[in-house]
Structure formats: structure tokens, C-alpha cells
Design a protein around this ligand. Sequence first.
Ligand SMILES: Cc1cc2nc3c(=O)[nH]c(=O)nc-3n(C[C@H](O)[C@H](O)[C@H](O)COP(=O)(O)OP(=O)(O)OC[C@H]3O[C@@H](n4cnc5c(N)ncnc54)[C@H](O)[C@@H]3O)c2cc1C
Length: 293
Amino acid sequence: MQIGDMEISEQAAIAPYAYTQAGGPADYLAQPKSIDQVKTLVAWAKEQQLPVHVFGRLSNLVVRDGGLRGLVIILSELNQVDRINDQVIRAQAGSDLIWVANLALRYHLSGLEWGAGIPGTVGGAVFMNAGAYGGQADMVVTGVIALMPDGQVQDFDQDQLDFAYRDSVFQHNQGVILSADFTLTPADPAQIQAQMDENNYLRASKQPLNLPSNGSVFKRPVGHFAGKLIMDTGLQGQQVGGVAISKKHAGFMVNVDHGTGNDYEDLIAQTQQAVKQAYGVQLSPEVRILGER
Ligand SMILES: Cc1cc2nc3c(=O)[nH]c(=O)nc-3n(C[C@H](O)[C@H](O)[C@H](O)COP(=O)(O)OP(=O)(O)OC[C@H]3O[C@@H](n4cnc5c(N)ncnc54)[C@H](O)[C@@H]3O)c2cc1C
């Protein structure tokens, strides 16, 4: 189907785009290359009264087997990055965070070392307030441009982003993040590179990066580590359908044998129940679970 100058797929498989390699189909799927195309798509969906889902690299997502109603917009082709002054990089929402972190290194700018191993986009990192190894989006994201449900493009200053642990204003206002400004600090590139290398070494030594996953499935409960609670409950290796709790990192759920979105959801629920029973701690998912069963 054609909308404006874009080809839209119908009943489109989501699994090939998803980091978990799981998930039911989308009614409609589009991959815009420009902000004007994003605007056209959102206006079309509004006209048709269809829900809109905006994704980046689908690296923090469980889509249930029944798939997603409405329009899925995948932004990975909206990926221009500009250096707007000595210290500020403006990256469109679909840019890979790893790519932006490496550009920062090339410009001798520090502040994105934590992002050098996170496989999502800039939009996903802002939406989730992603972070690792002592760094987090809220430490360097100083402004965002977003398309709001009324069709207006709005500038958000840092104090309007309402960042909190794995949370931002965009989890509450249905805005489509179009770009983010990263304000960084000049530094010795050898030091930036060394920090990135150390982070990525730690990541590779602790995480099951050879298998499809969503990274850490649960948020860090206050006073605990989700992975340790899951390990101590004896759940490592537990499997539902084709999805298992990683034996390398208990906080990860890996797709070991054609696992589905429903397998992920069921294993998440089983894990929550078992940990609650053993330790009285309620784990809450960091991954976003969407779609119909
Ligand atoms: C191996 C592995 C390691 C990981 N390590 C980490 C880590 O160390 N730290 C960490 O924080 N996360 C980590 N993650 C999780 C994930 O990569 C991050 O949450 C990432 O920021 C998600 O980006 P994404 O583009 O894939 O978002 P998606 O999964 O595509 O989307 C996630 C959510 O953001 C919303 N969203 C995405 N883009 C936009 C946009 N432009 N506008 C509005 N909403 C949007 C979606 O609707 C969805 O609700 C890891 C994942 C994997 C697979």
C-alpha cells in the first residue's frame, strides 16, 4: 500500500526486526526516511483512527504472538547526526546509539562511553532513559524535538524531559521523539576509548551476546539486583517454549529455539511469581510488552 511517497507493508512480520527474533505481525509497518514522512504517517493513522507504535531497533520489546494493531513506524532510517557546536551532537531518533557514541569519540567528546554497547537507537535511549556502567541518557541529553499527537513539533528542554530510572516524559505523553541533543565534554580520546573498551569487555564477559535477547528483562528493584534474585531462586536455565533464562546472566532471557513473544511474557510472569514467593520482592519488567496474545 502507498501513503504519500512511502510503501507501507500490511500484515508485516515484526520478528525479523526484533532483537528477540520474536513477535506477531503488525497490521501496517512503515520505515520513514524523513521527518516529513513521519508526519505524513502519523496524520494518516490519526485520520484512520489507528493506534501508532514507534520503534527504533526493537531491542527492549516483547511483542505478543497476536501482533500489533494499527501502524508500526520503525525509525532506524531516520538517522542523520550533526555536530551543532563544539560540545553538542544532534542525532535523529533512529541513529544507533553505538554509532553516536563512536562519533563522539571521533570528535574527542566524552559522556557517551556508557552507550558504546547498547544496541538501541537514540529515540529508544531517550524514551527508556537507558544507561550502563555509571552513565545514563539523562546525564547528557539536554534537549529533544518530538512530534506530538496534535501534529505539532515541540522542543523539550532538559527540565521538561522528566527523566527518572528507566523513565522519561515520552512514556506518558505519546510524543514521537525525532531527535536528541547530547551535550558532551572535550576529553582525551585515548581515555574515552579505554573506557568504552572496558565497558564492552565487561559486557561481553557477563552477557549472553551470542543469543537473541532484550538485555536485562527487569528493572533493578530497590536494594537488590534482579539477576541475583533470579539466580538465587534457582531459575537459571528455566524455559518456556523456546525462551530460557540465561545461564550466563540470570537477568537476561534468551531465545534458544524459535521462542515467541508469548513465551517471553509467560517466562517473565513465572519468574516474577517465583522470586516473589522466595524473597517477597516484586520484579517489574524493564522491557515493554505490547500487542495481543
Ligand atoms: C544485548 C542487549 C544489551 C542491552 N544493554 C542495555 C544496557 O546496558 N542499558 C540499557 O538501558 N538498556 C540495554 N538494553 C535494552 C535496549 O537496548 C535499550 O532500552 C534501548 O535504549 C532501546 O532502544 P530501541 O531503539 O531498541 O528501542 P525499542 O525497543 O525499539 O523501543 C523501546 C520503547 O521505546 C519507544 N520508542 C523507541 N523509539 C521511540 C521514538 N523515536 N519515539 C517515541 N518512542 C520511542 C518504543 O515505543 C518502546 O516503547 C540492552 C538490550 C540488549 C538486546
